[in-house]
Design a protein around this ligand. Structure first.
Ligand SMILES: *Cc1c(COP(=O)(O)O)cnc(C)c1O
Length: 386
């Protein structure tokens, strides 16, 4: 039985987006230039799309490496049958490191204590553990501070059981055009790489760019890029996809009208009586609410598609439902409603929803709730709920 509200995930579109990004970062024809690798980001249940299904589709599309937030996410991917390398972005301090070894994950070394813990876990197992080294160039989150590597890294680089396959950093303001921290971080990363070579770490593959950085400045492509958002078919609000990069949203969120009723002028609808009809009004009830990930701030602001037209969400967003103003339309219970996606000639994407409430498209996708079935198409594996 499928709940009337469900998410449709088109894995063929995901694979096409992956190929489009790969082609976009390929060097122009000519003798110089290498092809940056692509580390496909599938953290947070693949931005709500379902981590295992998405990871397996990307693997089938030829991805060389995936990235997730923590060891637990990495283990889940391995249990789902993913075989390609998996980079773990997050800090390891409160995780069970056993998973790194048992499931062949590639951890990020972002502090001296993480290096010590991994070294201590690798030595008795007699393995040389492949990891990536993270430099903090201004995000002030994970990574070794860029400006005192001499004091923090000497012991780390001497760890006999750790092999540093790559070095990376992460931008804080790539999606804010004109913000100077971006260029500062780029230069600090260059300086950090020079410092690393003085400390004896020879040239290593380098990566830095999330989706926004990749679109903003090709100098950030380096040896690999780390897109998440673009693979799911969206761009940051400030950056339209350039002409050479055609992307389509992978997820759509669909539901159906379950009730329609008339309201007289002066009557209100919903908790808090926040919407009052000023004319004879027809509202339709759609069974999707904040428990399904719809933000309460969409009340009175957000729109959905029904009958090929845009209509406003009126009244409050409830736990399990919203009401929409369908006065102008001929709507009946059972009619299809599109919360995110296309209907007729119109389309609402997660980026537009994010703009209505002042957030990023990542959040809109991640919040699609756990009771929403993900219905997959475009993969050999068929359909799976998660
Ligand atoms: C989430 C994340 C990315 C991908 O970000 P997008 O904006 O989705 O492209 C890349 N690198 C790191 C370290 C991240 O945490």
């Amino acid at each position: 039985m499928v709940h009337p509200t469900f998410a449709r995930i088109d894995l063929a579109v995901l694979k096409a987006n992956y190929r489009a990004v790969r082609a976009f970062v390929a060097p122009e024809a000519g003798p110089a230039g290498r092809h940056p690798g692509l580390i496909a980001v599938v953290k947070a249940n693949a931005y709500g799309h379902g981590a295992v299904a998405v990871a397996r589709a990307l693997e089938a599309a030829g991805a060389a490496m995936l990235a997730c937030a923590d060891i637990e996410e990495g283990v889940r991917l391995r249990r789902g049958g993913v075989r390609i390398p998996i980079l773990v972005f997050g800090a390891l301090s409160v995780s069970d490191l056993g998973g790194v070894f048992e499931h062949g994950l590639t951890p990020t070394v972002s502090s001296p204590s993480a290096a010590r813990a991994l070294q201590a876990a690798a030595a008795p197992r007699g393995v040389r553990l492949h990891c990536h080294l993270k430099i903090d160039t201004g995000m002030n989150r994970f990574g070794f501070r860029h400006d005192n590597l001499g004091t923090t890294l000497a012991a780390v680089l001497a760890s006999p059981n750790l092999v540093f396959d790559a070095v990376y950093t992460h931008f804080a303001t790539a999606d804010q055009p004109g913000h100077g921290l971006f260029e500062q971080q780029r230069q600090r990363f260059d300086a950090a790489l020079a410092a690393l070579s003085r400390l004896g770490l020879g040239p290593r593959p380098r990566h830095a760019a999330n989706s926004a950085a990749l679109l903003r400045d090709r100098r950030t492509w380096l040896d690999a890029v780390r897109p998440g958002l673009l693979l799911y078919g969206l761009t940051p609000a400030s950056q339209a996809a350039p002409a050479g990069l055609r992307l389509r949203p992978v997820m759509s969120l669909r539901s159906r009208v379950v009730a329609v009723k008339g309201m007289r002028p002066g009557e209100s609808a919903g908790y808090g009586a926040r919407f009052t009809a000023t004319r004879p009004t027809r509202v339709a009830v759609v069974p999707a609410g904040y428990a399904d990930g719809l933000d309460v701030r969409l009340a009175g602001v957000g729109e959905v598609l029904v009958g090929g037209r845009r209509v406003r969400i009126v009244g409050s967003v409830c736990m399990d439902s919203i009401t929409i103003d369908v006065t102008e339309l001929d709507v009946e219970p059972g009619d299809d409603v599109v919360l995110i996606g296309a209907q007729g000639d119109d389309c609402i994407d997660a980026g537009e929803v994010a703009c209505w409430i002042g957030t990023v498209p990542h959040e809109i996708m991640c919040r699609v709730g756990s009771r929403i079935a993900r219905v997959y198409s475009g993969a050999e594996t068929g359909s799976e709920s998660s």
